[in-house]
Design a protein around this ligand. Sequence first.
Ligand code: ZN
Length: 405
Amino acid sequence: MTRKLYWYDSHLIEFSAKIAEVIDHGEKSGLVLDQTAFYPTGGGQPCDLGVIGSAEVEDVDTLDGERIVHWVRAGHGFSIGENIECRIDWNRRREMLQQHTGQHILSQAFFRLFGAETKGFRITDRSTEIDLTLEAHPSQISESIDRAEELANTIVFDNRQIRIHEVTPDEASTLPLRKESFISDCVRVVEIDDYDWSPCGGTHAGQTGEVGLIAVRSWERAKRMTRVHFVCGVRALGDYRIANRISASISEKLSVGREEAGASIDRIIDENKQAARRIRELVNITSEAEAQKMIDVAELIKDSRYVQAVFDDRDLDSLKLLAHRITEQSKAIAILASREADAVRLVFARSEGLNLDMNSMVKFASELLGGRGGGRPDFAQGGGSNISEIENALIGVREKIKAAL
Ligand SMILES: [Zn+2]
């Protein structure tokens, strides 16, 4: 069994150890030491990283519940019995220790204030999540979270002592533990002075001040619980910097103070909606006038008005709108195309009552353009990338319509 140095001193970063076992696993070697300060992945917390000799530790996990295995790249030539110097990546350890201890503090705050228990905990790349039995209307949850966040930060500002106790299960039963212990012979209890007692095997701060600011980023409902995402210490600083940069950039662009930025954005969104509505109205009016102008000069085939036009880079919606406007009138046929850099779009339509199948017409033209098309007998669309065929395709369509009318 590996002796867990991190249990006794979470600030120990350099230590010597003897190699007890080397596990060959392809490109990787697993090193089991007689003792280690490397915390292995577990209990919702990612492992420590660092170096063993000159080898970088890439992962640390536990085998059979008792041997801690440090995974390094194979080829470093470690041998059993060898004494080796090891070093933990302190920045990462501190970051994890802050999130983990912050979780103890925040979980107790939710428990004290609302009786909400922490049922799940995990440190992810960006934040830490706890799943709480916190039941409240969504409008009240934000307020509850604010209160818990305030209590948690007060405990941080108090800079309270954090003590580790190894007690028997009988002794543990006399302590006001926040959660049950699953260790049978010896219970490791983490005490935050006069605040929280939790059985835990992780790495913790020495005093609460070391955790730094505890800031809740967001919450959501998950698995019938309230999931709270938060950041502590160095992560809270990183998160504050991002949030600060974003809000500064927004208020600068809007030329308003940070506090007014939200209201300004609401106003801009509202103005945009109104502008979009107005644009739709204007497009309707202009397309009606455009359609009328085209009908006025349209070729008469039998007694139907045949409107044919090729536009440059006209968007599909406006092409369709124009086709509808033209064919709202009786006995009208709209054969419209838009030529773009690498393709031609087609919209064919006809008035109700005309015995013409626009579906087959658009299929015929699209095939000549090397593409596909289809739709209803009165309205169809298609196109293709063979741009040079556009004139031939439209001549062919005109001939077919002439023959069909
Ligand atoms: Zn813990």
